[in-house]
Design a protein around this ligand. Structure first.
Ligand code: 5GP
Ligand code: ZN
Length: 113
């Protein structure tokens, strides 16, 4: 599997990992778009939101819970932050492994697209 995020999850490619458990791993984005920019992924290779199965819902719920915990740890929970999942080409998804962005540490853009 040449998926870059699978390789980060398995430790084959180094990353600044800030959280990991049996199902989820989070690391600092290599090209941060904000002072705090984390990427939260499932270890399981799900290509995108579009390929999400009904029984993956709990996993996505856990990703949100991990993101919220990390937002507190990163010190952005009080002032606010953004969670974003890009899906597909027009949604701006470049890495075909489901991931959630956690952005914070500055006033983010008022527009989403
Ligand atoms: P997407 O555009 O697919 O939603 O976001 C992919 C994100 O992954 C981008 O923000 C990009 O900077 C980040 N990224 C891509 N490759 C790597 C990598 O090898 N290491 C890390 N830490 N982040 C990466
Ligand atoms: Zn993958």
């Amino acid at each position: 599997m040449d998926c870059i995020f699978c390789q980060i999850a398995s430790g084959k490619i180094p990353a600044d990992i800030v959280y990991q458990d049996e199902e989820i791993i989070a690391f600092r984005d290599i090209n941060p778009q904000a002072p705090r920019h984390l990427v939260i992924i499932p270890r399981k290779h799900i290509p995108s939101l579009e390929q999400l199965k009904e029984n993956d819902s709990a996993l996505v719920g856990r990703m949100v819970a991990v993101a919220n915990k990390l937002a507190r740890e990163e010190g952005v929970a009080q002032k606010g932050y953004r969670l974003a999942i890009n899906c597909g080409t027009e949604g701006g998804q470049l890495v075909p492994h489901l991931h959630m962005h956690l952005l914070g540490g500055r006033k983010l853009s008022d527009t989403l697209g």
